[in-house]
Design a protein around this ligand. Structure first.
Ligand SMILES: [Ca+2]
Length: 238
């Protein structure tokens, strides 16, 4: 071997390594090994380990980044969707019609008229329109589902053919949130000559509204399908 080491030339010498050995004489021997193949294997092994380590770190970081981006996009998208839904719901609520249109029916009006005394609430027992039952046909009170500007109108007709002390005369007033906001009077003095009056108001309503009788009446309110109707209506403006 010694001869091989000594005989090596140029680059070939770098592929040799000298290892001290001991023989039975406990004298140092010397072995020269060719490690060229081992170097190649080690080089390849180290290269693979480095690639594996770098790739592992890169993949982990990329997975984290992708996850973060996905979360952000999901949150942003969800936020936009929720905002769009709320806007749509607000829009739908704002545009939903709120109102009622009530009248006194044929079979109800005469007995109801005769039961009224000063301060009694007029009851319109039937409705053509009554969104979410805002008008109560038992109490005669319209309850605003939300405060805001409302249009309110009522028409009172008196019957010229029904007589007690005299033929038809009724006085009424509109009460909004406990305050008198309008009044009207209908009176006929001649048989077969009915009389009607209409009141109209635009008013901010916070709680409720109703029509009440304001003095002792004569005869009966007129509300007949073959002649005319006595009505009370209201609707929200905004
Ligand atoms: Ca009269």
């Amino acid at each position: 071997m010694g001869a091989y080491v000594e005989n090596c030339i140029g680059q070939q010498c770098s592929e040799l390594v000298s290892i001290p050995l001991l023989d039975n004489m406990k004298a140092t021997l010397k072995a020269d090994l060719d490690v060229a193949e081992l170097n190649k294997v080690l080089h390849k092994y180290i290269q693979q380990e480095v690639i594996k380590a770098v790739k592992g770190t890169f993949d982990t970081q990329m997975e984290g980044a992708v996850e973060q981006i996905t979360d952000n996009v999901t949150r942003l998208t969800q936020s936009n969707v929720n905002a769009a839904i709320e806007k749509f719901q607000d829009c739908v609520c704002e545009k939903a019609f709120v109102g009622f249109s009530a009248y006194m029916s044929d079979g109800f009006v005469v007995a109801h008229s005769q039961s009224l005394s000063q301060g009694s609430t007029l009851i319109f027992d039937r409705t053509e329109t009554n969104t979410a039952f805002v008008y109560n046909t038992n109490t005669g009170v319209f309850t605003a589902p939300s405060s805001g500007m409302y249009a309110l109108t009522w028409t009172i007709c008196v019957d010229s053919r029904i007589k007690d002390e005299d033929i038809g005369e009724f006085g009424t007033e509109l009460v909004v949130d406990g305050q008198i906001c309008g009044a009207l009077h209908a009176d006929t003095e001649q048989h077969a000559d009915d009389d009607c009056s209409t009141g109209f108001i635009i008013k901010n309503v916070r709680r409720n509204a109703y029509v009440r009788n304001i003095y002792a009446h004569q005869g009966a309110i007129l509300s007949r399908e073959d002649r005319t109707r006595t009505t009370f209506s209201g609707w929200k403006l905004n």
